[in-house]
Design a protein around this ligand. Structure first.
Ligand code: DX5
Ligand code: ZN
Length: 219
């Protein structure tokens, strides 16, 4: 299981040190939550901060766009140094076109779905993406409780990938920690986002080990 700590729960007054610390603690990627106060109630950061992070991180930067009209902003985030960009299915009128454009811009295209969005809504774009993000909270804030009803969608996506011989990965975002990760691992997730479970812990290396240990109990 790969782990992408979400900087949403980091100390923003010392962000550079925070991201370096989770890298030494054993993280696999950085998850950057971009919120616009429209698609979700909260407002966070833009390309400027992604650009600053890109200069100090060694691990991939995945950018989770929780914004309306993402087509207006993807290029800026790619130029800022995003390695992978998630757009939400719920706000994309031309999802197929936008995912293709992200690839053309030289970035890894990826798509995210809210807990209430059925996974088959992605059927016609699964061949275009490198990763699917299954939200297990309603996006907007860190530290919310895991929504278990979303778990069967992970299994459906894993079966679909196998059946159609597609190579996309499945990532899970929201309320994931040692107590909830086993069920997403069992359903077929390859990677999890962990915000409060990692950045909220004093000892980040220990927090990452605890998540991995909970997965090993499954396999
Ligand atoms: C929620 C964000 C998540 C969030 C995860 O809107 O997309 O990435 O930061 O935080 P935790 O792990 O605390 O639920
Ligand atoms: Zn996220």
């Amino acid at each position: 299981m790969k782990i992408a700590p979400s900087i949403l729960s980091a100390d923003f007054s010392r962000l550079g040190q925070e991201v370096r610390e989770v890298e030494s603690a054993g993280a696999d990627a950085h998850h950057v939550d971009v919120m616009d106060g429209r698609f979700v109630p909260n407002i966070t950061i833009g390309p400027l901060v992604v650009k600053a992070l890109a200069q100090v991180v060694k691990l991939p930067l995945e950018v989770h766009l929780m914004i309306v009209e993402p087509e207006r902003h993807v290029e800026a985030f790619v130029k800022a140094g995003a390695d992978l960009v998630y757009v939400h299915e719920e706000v994309c009128v031309h999802l197929h076109g936008l995912l293709s454009r992200i690839r053309e811009l030289g970035c890894r295209p990826a798509v995210s779905i809210n807990p209430s969005t059925p996974a088959p809504a992605l059927s016609e774009v699964l061949h275009l993406v490198d990763r699917v993000l299954v939200m297990t909270v309603n996006p907007g804030f860190g530290g919310q409780s895991f929504i278990p009803e979303a778990v069967p969608k992970i299994a459906w996506l894993a079966q679909e990938a196998e059946k159609r011989e597609l190579s996309f990965e499945i990532e899970v975002d929201g309320g994931v920690g040692p107590a909830t990760v086993a069920q997403v691992a069992a359903a077929g997730a390859h990677q999890v986002v962990a915000g409060s479970a990692v950045y909220g812990a004093k000892d980040r290396a220990r927090a990452i080990r605890a998540i991995r240990a909970a997965c090993e109990a499954v396999s």
